[in-house]
Design a protein around this ligand. Structure first.
Ligand code: PA5
Length: 445
């Protein structure tokens, strides 16, 4: 077991009795999920994915990753939302947020197509100058504007650099199995393709080729990651809230939400978890935030943000609770040196590991925030291994799905994401959007 829930800093706000009072609703939601009887039930492929995945493709991912490692210095992953956050989260969590700057025998990995900034894309093009490059375009629909534009740009770069034939060895596409335009385009051009299963939505896709190919290119053991998810799947399938931390987490957060806590802050004391927090925000934000409902997912990295948002959390409007990812074993040990002059009066810490200090910062903050009436759920996570990452991913995916059903929403659609796209296409003058363009122009001018 890589994860356990510590409720010590939340029990002042949610008692065992409160958890049991909400348990029947949690079981009902879990039943809706596992019997596939709720809304969005055609997007439940992720539930059994840790055991029921395409083994032939899994092997092909590993082979492609080995080829990519040999072929390039820079690997560009083009995708947005669920099509990039999981891979980036895994690489930073397991390896490092400064993975690209570290000495290593794997390519640098950059993420493109997750904004529409000309500067962001131009910077990446500059990074590629004089380097060997491979790209992985990831888009389930194949039609998302941001990655589609970036794909055009990088395809041109590769074709100019290596010719059309040479480029096709360096372009990998992860997309819908048959329906999407990207699949046909890739087949026509001879690119190797990987599949985003029909029944797995973008934000639940990190353990498919979407996440696994870039993660494997970074030299991370994807077998161990799947094993973590497999073990979590077994652990959290039981309908027994006292022995199922995932259901307990769902119960506590929903109890808090019903009692005025509208914001959940995922907090970690490890900067390597920052992108994991971004992945988590998308998972919960897109799954729960609809029909006028949902806990707003936010995140902080402490102690960094104790010096920015700490004041508000301690003392501002009482609208939030925190979920703390307590990573118990650091990847590194760093001993604080002795200073004969002791100018900063910190010699009482010399000889101690920095993680010891980090842990005390966490405990001090847990007590302070709880005193400030911010409930804190603590998730003790063993370490930053690939196993723990897979375990955590499954924990949150399962929690998110059950929680969505408890809220009474369809956790697997994202109708709100379409609104901006429609307006953007109209304003850009896309065919078929003429009436909307006329209406929007009036509102702007
Ligand atoms: O979770 C989701 O469904 C979204 O975030 C998508 O992943 C995102 O919009 C990208 O879509 P696509 O993979 O079709 O380009």
């Amino acid at each position: 077991m890589a994860l356990s829930l510590n409720s010590k800093f939340v029990e002042k706000f949610v008692s065992d009795k409160d958890i049991l009072s909400i348990a029947p609703e949690i079981y009902e939601a879990q039943k809706t999920l596992v019997t596939k009887s709720g809304e969005g039930n055609d997007f439940l492929g992720w539930i059994d994915l840790p055991i029921d995945y395409d083994k032939e493709e899994f092997a092909r991912i590993k082979l492609a990753a080995e080829r990519i490692k040999k072929l390039c210095d820079v690997f560009i992953v083009i995708g947005i939302g669920g099509s990039y956050l999981g891979a980036r989260a895994a690489i930073e969590f397991v390896k490092s947020p400064v993975y690209n700057s570290l000495k290593k025998d794997t390519p640098d990995i950059y993420f493109a197509g997750n904004s529409i900034s000309a500067s962001a894309l131009s910077d990446l093009l500059r990074i590629c100058e004089g380097k060997d490059v491979c790209i992985n375009v990831v888009s389930k629909s194949g039609t998302t504007t941001e990655p589609a534009v970036a794909f055009r740009v990088f395809r041109n770069l590769l074709e100019e650099k290596y010719g059309k034939e040479g480029a096709k060895e360096r372009i990998f596409a992860t997309t819908d199995k048959a329906k999407g335009t990207l699949k046909k385009f890739s087949d026509d051009n001879g690119y190797e393709t990987f599949v985003v299963p029909d029944d797995v939505g973008g934000r639940f896709s990190v353990l498919t080729a979407v996440g696994l190919l870039p993660i494997a290119v970074a030299g991370i053991d994807i077998d161990k990651m799947m094993k973590g998810a497999q073990d979590a799947r077994l652990k959290y399938s039981i309908a027994d809230i006292e022995n199922n931390d995932c259901l307990k987490y769902v119960a506590i957060r929903n109890y808090l939400y019903r009692n005025g806590k509208n914001v959940e802050i995922l907090a970690s004391y490890e900067p390597a978890a920052q992108m994991f927090c971004e992945w988590w925000k998308q998972l919960f934000g897109e799954s729960e935030g609809k029909d006028g409902k949902g806990i707003y997912p936010s995140s902080v990295i402490f102690s960094t943000d104790l010096h920015s948002l700490g004041q508000y959390i301690q003392d501002g409007t009482r609208l939030m609770f925190e979920t703390v990812l307590n990573i118990q074993k650091a990847n590194d040990e760093l001993i604080i040196p002795f200073d004969p002059d002791n100018v900063d009066k910190l010699n009482f810490l010399s000889g101690k590991d920095l993680e010891f200090v980090n842990n005390k910062a966490m405990l001090g903050t847990l007590i302070a925030h709880t005193d400030g009436n911010v409930p804190n759920i603590v998730l003790d996570v063993d370490d930053r291994s690939e196993y723990s990452f897979g375990y955590l991913v499954y924990f949150f995916e399962y929690a998110c799905a059950v929680s969505g059903y408890v809220l009474g929403v369809n956790p697997f659609n994202q109708p709100g994401v379409e609104s901006y796209k429609k307006n953007m296409f109209a304003l850009l003058g896309k065919e078929g959007y003429e009436d909307l363009k006329a209406e929007l122009d009036k509102r702007i001018n």
